[in-house]
Design a protein around this ligand. Structure first.
Ligand code: NAD
Ligand code: SAH
Length: 460
């Protein structure tokens, strides 16, 4: 089963996957191991994750482990049609088309869940949300009565149609799921919120907070892919620009550093005094968006929060300011309000680059329609860092499956031993040589000679 743009694009997708494979060393060794041990034999695995070449390689590795694969993209702008075709060619069920509308996106998501997956890999929590909200709506239709945006309208309509056609389907599908592993910060926040309310329906692994994920992908990945996205979209010279980064968490740290490395003057904003002080210690000015409106000519949001750059802010920005988001969704920048701002004129410069001209004559340039600029305007993080993230995904899926009989519906992280192992096995590719603790040294600092080397409360 598949619903993609064009199956004849498969050879180009296959070449891209082969190319990234060489840069994902640990995932590559898992492919070899899985093809012998087949840990996922007979399991139905649903993935909702950026459908580009590095994710496609993760899919191939899980397929090698014996899983039947059902794949959709977690963001229509990052979906690559040739890669989707290559996965179909490999024998996977793929439902994803680049640029899908909110309605098509929700339909594709429903279709990968339709078969009743045993396990889910989610990125941002949309698959988890669809199942949880569907279950709530089966009991209480008012849960899907009042959509607040286009995406919710599409989500609620998908749920309502399914309940009408197959009453009780959501409860049955959710009951069959043995667990979900979640890739990103915002998806993990949602899982903990469900757990706190006692509403989490199946076990979950927080992959994001493995150190080898959030302290690598979120920081070092964004440190490379933010500028890649901005440059591919705009061709601008970054040196000499005044850049403003909203949020100085993991993603913000990588973004601010990369803009400085490209010789921008960089300011950041924060609500958390600890992160704000970290920014000061790293030599960044800390201020507010409002104070920077007449200073900055590039704004980047990284907060995973809403209403960070409002339509009012954009109405007051300097002419030709570039505005983009690398956080979670298009409500970090008020895109819907920008589109309906009285008298604003939208000019599409090229795919994922839109100029909005305000009635006073000034314009701003919005990248990737306010969605993730590194995945909408470029191809996301490089393979090496995704090899770390996706090895954690493989470990999480193995854990969920192995412990399926006893696991409770709660959010857990992977053990530190595995985190250290993921790092250890990537060292050779960097030409690094680890120092080995002596027994006396290990006893002195109170750890085992072979690790873990840090207590759980250590923050890296
Ligand atoms: P984080 O919690 O480490 O950082 C977010 C920071 O934003 C926090 O320090 C928080 O205090 C700050 N913040 C919140 N509201 C703010 C406001 N109104 N003004 C200024 N600062 C504010 O999270 P993270 O791991 O950095 O992830 C951030 C977002 O990026 C999440 O949505 C995550 O899912 C996403 N993400 C994207 C990519 C990508 O490749 N595009 C990669 C990793 C994570
Ligand atoms: N639903 C959200 C998904 C958040 S994506 C959306 O609007 O798109 C944030 C995640 O993208 C990060 O946690 C990171 O692990 C992942 N990512 C970054 N580069 C990637 C790449 N090249 N391939 C696949 N995923 C990538």
């Amino acid at each position: 089963m598949y619903d993609i743009l064009d199956i004849s694009l498969a050879p180009s997708g296959r070449d891209k996957i082969d190319w990234v494979r060489d840069n994902m060393p640990l995932l590559r060794s898992y492919e070899e191991e899985f093809s012998k041990t087949r840990p996922f034999e007979g399991i139905r695995l649903a993935l909702s994750i950026h459908l580009e070449a590095k994710t496609a390689y993760l899919c191939k590795v899980l397929l090698a482990g014996g899983a039947e694969m059902f794949v959709t993209g977690s963001n229509p702008l990052s979906t690559q049609d040739d890669v989707a075709a290559a996965l179909v060619h490999q024998g996977m069920h793929v439902f994803a088309v680049h640029g899908a509308s909110p309605e098509e996106y929700e339909q594709d998501l429903r279709r990968v869940l339709e078969i009743g997956p045993d396990l889910i890999v989610d990125d941002g929590g949309d698959a988890t949300l669809l199942l949880h909200l569907g279950c709530r709506a089966e009991k209480d239709p008012s849960a899907i009565a009042k959509p607040t945006c286009e995406e919710e309208k599409a989500l609620f309509a998908t749920i309502a149609a399914r309940i009408k056609r197959r009453p009780g389907w959501f409860a049955r599908a959710a009951a069959a799921v043995r667990g979900v592993s979640e890739e990103t910060t915002t998806g993990v926040h949602r899982l903990y919120q469900l757990e706190a309310k006692g509403e989490l329906l199946f076990p979950a692994v927080n992959v994001n907070d493995s150190v080898t994920k959030s302290k690598f992908d979120n920081i070092y990945g964004c440190r490379e892919s933010l500028v890649d996205g901005i440059k591919r979209a705009t061709d601008v010279m970054l040196a000499g620009k005044n850049a403003f980064v909203c949020g100085y968490g993991d993603v913000g740290k990588g973004c601010a550093e990369s803009l400085r490395e490209n010789h921008c003057r960089v300011r950041v904003s924060e609500v958390d005094p600890i992160c704000a002080l970290q920014a000061c210690m790293a030599g960044f000015d800390v201020g507010t968006v409002e104070d920077a409106l007449k200073w900055a000519n590039l704004f980047v949001t990284t907060t995973g929060n809403v209403d960070i750059i409002t339509a009012e802010h954009m109405a007051k920005m300097r002419d030709r300011t570039i505005v983009c988001n690398i956080g979670h969704f298009d409500d970090e920048i008020q895109v819907a309000r920008l589109m309906s701002w009285p008298g604003v004129k939208r000019t599409n410069i090229k795919p994922q680059v839109d100029k909005f001209t305000f009635p006073d004559g000034h314009s701003i340039y919005l990248l990737a329609e306010g969605r993730l600029v590194n995945l909408g305007c470029a191809t996301g993080h490089p393979g090496f860092v995704m090899s770390n993230s996706f090895t954690n995904q493989c470990l999480a899926q193995m854990k969920l499956w192995k412990e399926r009989a006893s696991a409770k519906p709660q959010v857990v992280r992977l053990p530190k031993e595995l985190d250290e192992e993921v790092a250890r096995l990537h060292l050779a590719a960097c030409g690094a040589k680890l120092t080995k603790l002596t027994k006396r040294q290990a006893d002195y600092i109170g750890v085992n000679v072979n690790g873990p080397f840090k207590p759980d409360y250590y923050r890296y």
